[in-house]
Write a protein that binds this ligand. Sequence first.
Ligand code: AMP
Ligand code: ZN
Length: 467
Amino acid sequence: MTITLYNTATRSKQPLEPIEDGKVSMYVCGPTVYDRAHIGNARAVVVFDMLYRLLRHEYGAESVTYVRNFTDVDDKINARAAEEGRPISEITEETTQWFLDDMAAIGALEPNEMPRATAYVPHMVKMIEGLIEKGHAYAAEGHVLFKVRSYADYGKLSGRSVDDMIAGARVEVAPYKEDPMDFVLWKPSDADTPGWDSPWGRGRPGWHIECSAMAYELLGERFDIHGGGNDLTFPHHENEIAQSKCAGHDFANIWMHNEMLQVEGKKMSKSLGNFFTVRDLLDQGVPGEVIRFVMLSTHYRKPMDWTEQKRVEAEKTLVGWYWMTEDAATGEVPAALIDALRSDLNVSKALMEMHLMAKNGDAAGLLSSMTLLGFPAVNQNLSPSLLEKVQRTNAAPDMLDSNSDLQLFQKKLESLRADALVSKDFSALDDLKGKLGAAGVEVRMTKEGVTLSPGPFFAIENLEVLK
Ligand code: AMP
Ligand code: ZN
């Protein structure tokens, strides 16, 4: 039952070998709480939720510890509070609850521990004191800075050298820094900014030290997996490693990073008008299960594109699956599905397996797979809007007929290939292959023959137009 995961630190896949036999511990960087989570934030949550669910399935729910923090001290939060003329704690409490509600709506389980940074400031101060004692940090003008050059492996995770970073970056060189690369562990607060008493005066922690301190308090000196979006690899995770290693901790064994989310092929941004939050989608009537399906359909290490077409097709697929499994009894999760998930969380492959189960009428296998992927059963909190569509469906979903359609196209491709081998004109073959690909069908051609299988976004309607 080995799970293989891609480790950013070694740039290779490796088997998960828990530090403590039979138990797994994981830390994932959580949100800064000042606004609604956007769908990019949701991708990271769904990816690590899927991993958490797999780990619970493999090791037992009580043997997995998942920690995800809330960053509730940050200059963006201070700015938001000032802008709205409201107390900071009101903003952070409200946003934290929004986050939990929105993530629950897309099927994310709550981690075992959700530490808030403001509750761990004394632990951060202690860690910073230790770093100063060991010569890895220094105090200057009310700040404390981490001495990057005191940690020889700095840059290893992200594959950068300190000298290149200095040459390439426009690092703000504050007068109190000994070296432009040194980063803030502690900074002074004025009367209007939240602050805590410390050996360096009233101030507040930098962002990076928060994760090092909370991971240590809750998971100890070493733990199995550390996760986050790949935008955090540098500097956040590089800095976490430097702090924790210099404090004498082993820290994380495996580093996992999800790729970013785009919208209709473009970077999501407020200025492009393609920025939206999970709540926006839910309010527009997009069921949480549909959002989850779209998020899961792209492998976590590939950039993912949120498109309207995917949303529509995900809904169609889910309506069909729910229709089919409504009265099914759960069975064992099929081995092919587990194997896909164990292989660096290949959820897109898992979804393909589920299409095949649907096609072959394996309702029990499909239902247990849906449960493992975090899709609630019809009678367990399914979004009312999705439930209504399932109940309005009164015929077997189209996908049940897809078997014969796929066979039809397979025969067509085989005969086109035979022709092309004679005429040396492959255009008709390539054309149909391309169209099938665009319809969500995976086409594999080998010497042995042609095989077609439905991909995660396969929809039978797409085949109709090709007939
Ligand atoms: P931020 O909103 O920058 O505080 O990021 C919070 C979390 O969301 C981090 O784990 C980021 O890696 C992740 N994140 C932010 N933007 C995106 C995006 N476009 N796609 C995927 N993950 C993102
Ligand atoms: Zn972090």
